[in-house]
Structure formats: C-alpha cells, structure tokens
Design a protein around this ligand. Structure first.
Ligand code: PNW
Length: 463
C-alpha cells in the first residue's frame, strides 16, 4: 500500500534566519546568529544570513511556488528580533505586519501555517542581559514573546511549535560550541536544555490558559533525533542503542510525556542534571498536543563503557562521555553532502520506537530531507538522489503507519536551498534551487515529484 491517510498533512518547512534576509529592515533587532555569523572563521566561506534567499522581499513569489507544489501546510519560524527587537521590550508593528501579510497570503492559498516560535535566533540583547539559555529568567522572556505572538497571530494561526530542536541548541551551542553562543562544556548543555524545556512549558501554559479555548489551536514542540541501531544483538549493545536514544530524544520528550528526565541520564549525569520542582513537572507533563519530529539519519551504536574514548567514534560530541556509546556507520550506506547516511528503515524504526515509548502520540514529522550538490542544466535541476531519498523515507513512514504509528503529517526540509548554519550556502537542502547571485528560484525534479505524491496522496506516482 502506497497510500497515506486521507487527511494527511503534506507540507514543507523553512526557518527565519535561513531564508529571510532583510536583517536590518523593518525595525528588526540583532540575533545571536546575526552576531555569530560575523565572527571570522565561524561560518564556511564567511557567509551570513543577511540576504539569504531574500524571502523578506520575495515571500509572495515563494507562496506561489508552494501553491504550485500543492502543499496544504507550510512550516516557518518567526524571528523573535522582528517582533520584539530587544527581546523583552516594545513590540515592532512593522515586524507584526510582515508576518501578518505572509499568514494572510498562505490562508488565501489554502496553505495552513505551522508556526515555530523559536528556531535558534535569540535576540542578542538577551544573550548579554540574561546569559542566553543559561539565564534563570530566560524562560519567562520566551513565554512573554510567545504571548505576543499568540495575541497577534492566533486568530489565524492554529498550529504552534514552541521550540525547534532544543537538543541542537543545547549540544551545539553549549556543549560543542560550534553554534552560538559558542560555549564548550559538559554541564552547560544540561542547564540550557532545562531552561529550554521550562520555556516550552511556560509558553504552552500561556497558550492553554489565555488562548486555546478561543483560538482552538494546537501547540507542541519539534525535537530532533537520528535512529540508533544496535551494532550487534549483544545485551550491552542493545542497551547502548537505547541509552543513545534516551540521551538524544528522551532527554526532551520524557519530561513532556512522563514528567522527568530518563533514569539513564539521572544515573550518569548526576548533579550536572538539574531537577524540576513538582510545579514544573506538572506544567511540563502533557505539554505537547502532538509529537513533532525532525529526522535526518541513522548510526550504529555499540557499548563503549570499557573503551578509551580516544579510540572511539563519537557522533554526539561534548557530553558523549556521559553515554559511553560508540557510534559508527555501515560503509555501504550512501551519504548526503552533510555526510549523513541515507537509511530509510531507520526512520521507520524511530517512528515505531516513539509510538511505543510515548503511548501512541499523534506524530508530525516537522522535518526530513537531505543535502546534495545540485547543479542547474539548461534551466532545470534533476536532483535524482534527493528524489530517491524522499521515496525511501516516505515509504519508511508509510510502513510505520501501517504498523500502527499515528503519523499525521510530513514536512519536507526544505522548501528551498538556504543558509545551512555553519555550512553557509554550501549545502543545498531545497526542493527549489536558489541561485544565490540572482536569487532566482527553480523547482527541482523533487518538487515536481512531491506535487504528484501530494495530488494522489500516494507514493504510487511516476518517478
Ligand atoms: C536541522 N545534528 O538542523 C534544523 O532544524 C534545520 O534548520 C537545518 O537546516 C536542518 O536540520 C539540516 O541541518 C540540524 O548535528 C542541525 O544532528 C544539526 C543536527 C541536526 C539537525
């Protein structure tokens, strides 16, 4: 069976800093990504998001291209600095007006907006004043910003995502230090993660108490996780793979579905892992109306308890020594230009793992996609490898659904090539090619194939 449920959500996704540009326009304040990308050596080729895809000026053309693809949903993020330039003070009417126009245009085209409140672009003022996500009252600042967004857009936006990938913020920003604010630590990630979870819970609390009855929307979080396949069927490797998934996904999902961090983290991280008060636990538990999942790749996991960490391949960096998991890939797996292995069955297994561990939640795949070295030829872009990727991963998703997982929707990352964080413009994830000199967009073969899949609600379409 290649068909999907009849009410399946077919979407595509982007984020503000990666596509908007216009970084000093419309009264926008400066974010930590604006600042970080100006530090020499941080971003490949010295790229920044200052122009990006110029979506700030070209959003009408972009919505038309989405319409041509036939998506019924579009996931994008709001730049906190466009809405509250200094993070906590005055609201910028120009910023509100920009997103209002975009939301109205999407609705006119029957494309449902799925709005992420935070996709990593923290107002730099809050980095200075509050110590970013390490600060004690950063979660209140986030809840206040969320309140402003619900009050201005909630009459039209009924699908909210509080945070995108708190794991990435905590690990890459506060563990490995390759993302802003660039901190290297084996303790800071757990503090940042804790405050991210509290920020999520407080924003959901505001939504539920002040808006949800009237606006009748839903709110959740988007966590990211790769699949971890046990390298062998030894009990130690089985436990290592489970532990790796707990340190990756359950770190953020267990507090939301079960009220606390997984026991494996408590045991291994000890005092570096903060505690929730009873009140915080109550606020966190059941604070997501859907299970948002961003998924990209798979690795093998083996127990590394008795190994010298210098001999090991650690894919999780920073705090990986807390896990004692050695990661590896099968050399026969094909790879994307991110060096991420293409393993569609890993996606299927992860969806089923979530279904089991979290008691059959409605799952929205908020991101899935791949980077390849696309090249236009005579005005067309034949991205055969990306097409194969999507065919495989969507088939994995379809199998998970027939095995009982409650997958409600799927967002392809990304709508168009964009600023891929520390890789700048050197990695292309889009279903639309962007010429970063002329800013021309070209629908790739994958966009045309995705349109056929959506129209038929089935993978049984012409390749
Ligand atoms: C996600 N990792 O980032 C983000 O949500 C997108 O903004 C991004 O463009 C996309 O995936 C592709 O990278 C990730 O190190 C960044 O595991 C890093 C990791 C995972 C996801």
């Amino acid at each position: 069976m290649a068909e999907f449920p009849s009410d399946f959500i077919w979407g595509t996704a982007t984020s503000a800093y990666q596509i908007e540009g216009g970084y000093r326009e419309g009264g926008k304040g400066i974010s930590i990504w604006d600042a970080f990308s100006r530090i020499p050596g941080k971003i490949m080729n010295g790229d920044t998001g200052e122009v990006a895809c110029d979506h700030f000026h070209r959003f009408e053309e972009d919505v038309q291209l989405m319409k041509d693809m036939g998506v019924n949903a579009y996931r994008f993020s709001l730049a906190w600095t466009r809405i509250i330039p200094d993070g906590t003070g005055d609201v910028s009417e120009e910023g509100i007006a920009f997103y209002s126009k975009l939301i109205d245009l999407l609705l006119e085209n029957n494309i449902t907006p799925w709005v992420t409140l935070y996709h990593w672009d923290l107002p730099v003022a809050l980095e200075f004043e509050k110590g970013g996500w390490l600060g004690d009252d950063i979660s209140d600042a986030f809840a206040h910003y969320a309140d402003v967004c619900f009050s201005h857009f909630g009459d039209r936006v009924t699908n909210w995502i509080t945070l995108n990938e708190p794991w990435v913020v905590a690990m890459l920003g506060y563990g490995q230090g390759v993302f802003p604010p660039g901190i290297v630590s084996n303790e800071a990630p757990y503090i940042a993660g804790h405050n991210l979870l509290l920020g999520h819970a407080k924003a959901v609390d505001v939504y539920r108490n002040k808006y949800q009855d009237k606006q009748k929307g839903q709110i959740g979080i988007a966590n990211n996780c790769d699949w971890r396949e046990p390298l062998t069927d030894s009990p130690d490797d089985l436990a290592a793979a489970e532990r790796a998934l707990e340190f990756f996904l359950a770190w953020f999902a267990d507090p939301i579905y079960k009220g606390d961090y997984p026991a494996s983290m408590r045991e291994r991280v000890g005092e570096r892992l903060p505690e929730f008060t009873a009140g915080e636990q109550a606020m966190l538990k059941d604070s997501s109306d859907f299970f948002g999942l961003n998924h990209y790749t798979t690795m093998y996991a083996a127990d590394a308890t008795n190994k010298n960490s210098e001999d090991s391949v650690y894919g999780n960096g920073g705090i990986s020594e807390d896990q004692d998991v050695q990661l590896s890939v099968d050399p026969s797996w094909s790879k994307t230009t991110m060096n991420w292995a293409v393993v569609p069955w890993g996606f299927q297994k992860l969806l089923e793992w979530i279904d089991t561990r979290y008691d059959h939640p409605p799952i929205i795949v908020t991101e899935n996609g791949c980077a390849f070295d696309d090249k236009p030829e005579n005005g067309e872009v034949h991205d055969a490898e990306r097409l194969d990727f999507y065919k495989g991963y969507l088939a994995g998703c379809r199998t998970a659904i027939s095995n009982g997982a409650n997958v409600k929707g799927y967002f392809a990352w990304s709508f168009m090539d964009n600023f891929e964080w520390v890789f700048g413009y050197s990695r292309r994830f889009g279903m639309h090619y962007v010429d970063f000199e002329t800013l021309e967009r070209i629908p790739k073969s994958s966009a045309k194939w995705y349109a056929r899949v959506i129209a038929k609600n089935s993978l049984d379409v012409q390749g």
